[in-house]
Design a protein around this ligand. Structure first.
Ligand code: PEP
Length: 246
């Protein structure tokens, strides 16, 4: 069995004071956790978070990176800069990046390539809107996103996929464990083969209103290898509870 992976996406939340208090509770030096745990604060809090996680099992990731290695890209942050700082992970293709920054599959695939070549692990997000699900298009949309992001990658090593139905993100609505498992099994079947790792070794995370009271049922599904957690990762008690359920 794969070791579970639980990632907290702190989005555009927090201050130096809140990052410190959250990580004093979450990142305990020498502690053994039942899952690999990553927190993804905003760019401006990365360095502080990396310092606070030192000696603990918690790793730090960023919420995005540029597809470019360096150059005239005002406001962007390269994957190499993140790796140089001590980040281990980066989230790519989150639905909020797709929605508010018009990111498409081609750009997302280029960001994955940049991140992997900088030595980062990547979690690439896919998921359908409510309208797409209601129209019966969820599988086609997700398959297109998976193929668009991954078909051109030389290897799937270092890549995790997060299934995040957009209708479940930040809404309090969660896919049922059955709905999530069904889509995860479908995503696993879409993963390109012959890419360096067995497709059943690629971590598939569920994201969308994961909370302490639904985490165990989701983690109990055979193709759910962990979670990408937004709102509940901003509460140390709730996030710990989710980690312990993994
Ligand atoms: C997310 O934004 O990745 C997410 C899953 O958010 P939430 O857990 O708040 O739904």
């Amino acid at each position: 069995m794969m070791r579970p992976l639980v990632i907290g996406n702190w989005k555009m939340h927090g201050s130096q004071a809140s990052v410190e208090s959250l990580l004093r509770e979450l990142a305990r030096p020498g502690e053994q956790l039942p899952a690999d745990v990553v927190v993804c604060p905003s760019f401006v809090h990365l360095q502080q978070a990396i310092g606070l996680c030192e000696g603990s099992p918690v790793e730090v990731g960023a919420q995005d990176c540029s597809a470019q290695d360096s150059g005239a890209r005002t406001g962007d942050v390269s994957a190499a800069m993140l790796a140089d700082l001590g980040c281990r992970w980066v989230i790519v293709g989150h639905s909020e990046r797709r929605q508010y920054h018009a990111e498409g599959d081609e750009l997302i695939a280029a960001k994955i390539t940049a991140a992997i070549s900088a030595g980062l692990n990547v979690v690439v997000c896919v998921g359908e809107t409510r309208a797409e699900r209601e129209a019966g298009d969820a599988h086609a949309v997700v398959a297109g996103q998976v193929r668009g992001a991954l078909a051109g990658q030389a290897s799937l090593g270092g890549i995790a996929v997060a299934y995040e139905p957009i209708w479940a993100i930040g809404t309090g609505l969660t896919a049922t464990p059955d709905q999530a498992q069904q889509m995860h099994a479908f995503i696993r079947a879409q993963l390109p083969g012959q890419k360096g790792v067995e497709t059943n070794r690629v971590p598939l995370l569920y994201g969308g209103s994961v909370k302490p009271d639904n985490a165990a049922a989701l983690f109990g599904q055979p193709d759910i290898d962990g979670a990408l957690v937004g709102g509940a990762s901003l509460d140390a008690g709730d996030f710990r509870h989710i980690i312990m359920a993994a």
